[in-house]
Design a binder for this molecule. Structure first.
Ligand SMILES: *Cc1c(COP(=O)(O)O)cnc(C)c1O
Length: 217
């Protein structure tokens, strides 16, 4: 497992960017990875994880949380509205708030429970038709709608188009977050997390570089 190597590279990227040590949360993306590898990383001190599937998380995390009560799990996959209730009970943060119907559901759940996971709005920076996320031009209105429902996203998240230089996408996301006074920036994966750190990421989502290639589902 390359957790130590990734931590070393993350620390170096922070130092190179003149940023404080520890100012980025490394989310170890454990979707589809064998439990033994996840356990190994927990035993090595990793405490923040990314998962993509509600079902998998429900099966896997309650037992890990009993053993490691300070572990945090972030939802980074698309969230169906009919799984939102389960999701707010399972996750400490949701990075994929990507549409009004989900915002409405999460707002109702937050009112009923008196608490909400941290929320990141997913922005479709590449304006890809097949990809989830709020279009850049629609972000102002979407955030206004969220606030009108007493929902307060803490940050923005993006997944740049495959095979493209992510630089302009990370820049765009950082600019939008700054304009809206949002402190969280969820960007950067195995192949580009150092660049994301240089451009202001507060959460990087690194899977295969830590755990190895995912078994195909
Ligand atoms: C799977 C996934 C990752 C991790 O990808 P790697 O390339 O394995 O680091 C990061 N972000 C999202 C949204 C993912 O679905």
């Amino acid at each position: 497992m390359s957790l130590i190597e990734i931590r070393t590279r993350l620390d170096a990227a922070l130092a190179a960017a003149g940023r404080a040590a520890g100012s980025v949360t490394l989310l170890a993306v454990s979707k589809l990875q064998p439990d033994a590898k996840v356990l190994q990383s927990l035993q090595a001190g990793q405490r923040a994880f990314g998962e993509n599937y509600v079902q998998e998380t429900a099966a896997k995390w309650p037992a890990f949380r009993t053993q490691f009560p300070d572990a945090k799990v972030h939802m980074i996959g698309p969230l169906q509205t009919n799984k939102a209730k389960q999701a707010v009970e399972l996750f400490d943060a949701i990075h994929t708030l990507d549409r009004a119907s989900l915002a409405e559901k999460l707002a109702k759940l937050a009112q009923a429970r008196g608490q909400s996971p941290d929320l990141f709005v997913q922005v479709n920076t590449g304006e890809e038709p097949q990809k989830a996320g709020i279009l850049p031009a629609g972000l102002d209105n979407f955030l206004k709608d969220c606030h009108a429902m007493d929902l307060t996203p803490q940050g923005l998240m993006c997944i740049p188009p495959d095979g493209e230089d992510p630089t302009p996408h990370f820049h765009m996301l950082a600019g939008m977050a700054a304009r809206h006074g949002l402190s969280g920036l969820s960007m950067g994966m195995s192949s580009d997390f150092e660049l994301a750190v240089a451009l202001g990421a507060t959460h990087v989502r690194v899977g295969s570089a830590i755990f190895g290639a995912r078994p195909t589902a």
